[in-house]
Each structure stands twice: as structure tokens, then as C-alpha cells.
Design a protein around this ligand. Sequence first.
Ligand code: CTP
Length: 408
Amino acid sequence: MGILQQKHIVLGVCGSIAAYKVAELARNLALEGALVDVVMTEAAQRFVGAATFQALTGRPVLNDMWDLPEDGVVGHVSLGTAADIIVVAPATAHTLARFAAGFCDDLLTTAVLATRAPVLCVPAMNVQMYAAAATQENIATLRRRGFVVLEPAEGRMAEPMVGKGRLPEIATIEGEIRVLLGRRNGPLRGRRVVVTAGGTHEPIDPVRFVGNRSSGRMGYALAAAARDRGAEVTLIARPTLLVPPAGVTMVPVETALQMHEAVLQACEQADILIMNAAVADFRPVEAATQKIKKDGKEELMLRLVSNPDILGDLSQRRDLYKVGFAAETEDLLANAQSKLSRKGLDMIVVNEAVATIGQDDIQATIVEASGSVLPLPRQPKQQAAESLLDAMVHHLNETLDAEPETSQ
Ligand code: CTP
């Protein structure tokens, strides 16, 4: 189940031209199953109509503190107390100032003052208003009090001016909401998770490489699913056209040797390693420094040397929960079980290689160190990532519960 399902999200919309962009955020959150209560400031209502948000969220838009439904006896306060998160986007200089001063003269400021949930402010305003000492001091005050205030994006503003003050991408805001909800009560909060994704490229010369068909989609989805469960996630992968999930630290690598080094380093502090990358087993002995010319050759011999086994090098790390992946073309279970024990894994996920690599869907089977085998249905990789993370959390908790207590 997605992390946004049944979450109470108060979305405070203030009077900025960026207000129209937030309609998409409201829609995305509602489509993911969140209960989105939009609260508009008076100024916001001059930029976008309440009907827009009402239609997108399927819930009444709340604007007036004195005009709440009957069931809200302590309505204006209960909005804040019942929220899982309050998101203020766009947050104007004026509303940030009101939060900093502790005002509660409308529904949004009252909800913010009364809440114990995380408050995420997404400023969007004129460049100079953002840079003004008053705004900067208000933001510093709010951050000191635990508010999360995103940095605005740079670029062309509505008025003919370029600078810092634009609303960040909706995907960035959504990613931050997921991070905050996960860290509040996600099952992996406090855990550091390293995820590898995609295939490595082993250079033959400056323009050619030895590689494989892995797209990286599964690994990216696993990183997002771990983030949603509250983990601090490092994603180690070769940069591709895929957009890294917001709120995840991306470590770009190209080759197996670079991935080896990056994984060992990231795992020094990690609790969980999800090794989804399709690491090239071999690399050219040396890469030519200039493009190899055909020069009438009928044959070209490439001499390859084996790459280090990254998971294998971590097999002695008993404190690191390790998940491997096996994409096989035959004897799926037997191959998976032998890799699991050879590499000292806690869990291995096996799938048929040809039907999966580079595809949208996956039929994965989970094999645990205990020998238990759990086949999952064929499903989109994003959904499979959710199921795999749920299974990992379950297994991790069981493993920790079963560990003998260390003597004091
Ligand atoms: N793996 C790794 N380092 C490598 C090769 C693979 O850490 N050099 C990891 C993969 O990320 C995966 C698991 O080991 O999680 C199994 O990968 P796979 O390529 O199937 O295993 P190999 O040991 O390379 O076995 P083979 O290629 O012979 O099937």
C-alpha cells in the first residue's frame, strides 16, 4: 500500500501566481489515496477558484474559519491536530511572516499553530521579496522551530525578472512530502539504505562500452519505496534519462569498479543494501584512449578481465541486511539459492531475465535465507518495489526479533 493512502494532508494555498501549479499537486496526492483538505488564504482565492481544488480532491475547500461543517465543533483547531502533514504551497512572504509571528487570524495560520504534524513550506515569490532580510529571518526562525522550508527554484519569474523565487517542481514537493511522512512513522525510519540500480558500462574506448539491457527502473522504484518508508536512501547508479526520486541522495557511477568503491563506502554507515544493479561481470583489460579505428580489420579481439563481486566482498558484514537480485534464464530457484548462500545474503529476488530486463513489468520470486520461497504476481515494477520493500521490512523485523540479545 502506498504511503499516501488515507493520510490527512492539509494543503495551504497562498496568494501567489504559482497557486495554479499546486492544483497538480492536489490532484496527484488525491490520486494516491490521500485525504487532501485544501485551505486557501483570502489572497489565494484571487488567483485560483476553490472549485478547481474541490474537483481535484473530491473534498470541500476550506477558506473561512467561521464557516466550518457541523462535525467540526473545534473545527479550525482540529484541522491542524488531525493532519499527518501540513503543506503550504505556494508560501508567500506574508504568510511566512504570519507563521513566524504566531498569528492565528485565519484557518491556515490557526491550523499551523495548532498542529504537531510536520509543516512543509514551499516559498514562491518575487526575487527581491524572497531575498529581503525580513523574509530570510522569518524562514530562519521557522526552520529553527522545526518547519521544513524548501529552497525556491531559480529561473524566469512571472514578471520580467530572473532569479530565485520560483515554485520548485511538483515532483520535488511530492518527494519531500513522502520523506516527511516516512520519517514520521515509516517502518524504516532511522535506517540507512543503499540501493544500486541499472547496468554498469565498461569502456572499450572513449565512445564504446560493454554493457547490458538493464534500464534502472526497478532500482529507482526500490529507492523511492525505501524513502517512502522513512529510510535515508543512497542510490548508486549510472546516470540515465530516469529522474532520480526526490529526497534520495544520488551517487553517479559508470563502471563496476566505481560502483564497487561507492557501495563499500556508502555501506560503512548503512543498515541495508539492496543490490539491484546488473553489474558487468567482466571489463576490457584496458580502455583505448582514442576511438578504435576499423582500419580494414576483419576481426577485433577484446580481452576481458573479471570485475570484483561487490556483494561477495560484503558477505562477512553480518550487521548489514543484504538483498541480492538474480536475473536468470534457467534453473531460477536453484541459481538463486546458490547465490544467496555464496554471497551471504539475507534475501534474494529472482526473476526470468529475458521477460524482465528493460521491461515495465516483473514477475519476481522472493527467496529468504531461511529457505522460504514467495512468488509475487507479474506486476508493474513500481508495484513490485512496494511488495518487495514490505517483504524486506517484515523479514528484517523477524530477523532482528530472532537475534540473541547481546550481553551487557
Ligand atoms: N553482483 C555484485 N557484483 C558483481 C556481480 C553481481 O554485487 N560483480 C550482485 C548483483 O547486483 C546481484 C547479485 O550479485 O544482486 C547476483 O548477480 P548475478 O549477476 O546474477 O550473479 P553473478 O555472481 O555475477 O553470477 P552469474 O553472472 O554467473 O549468474
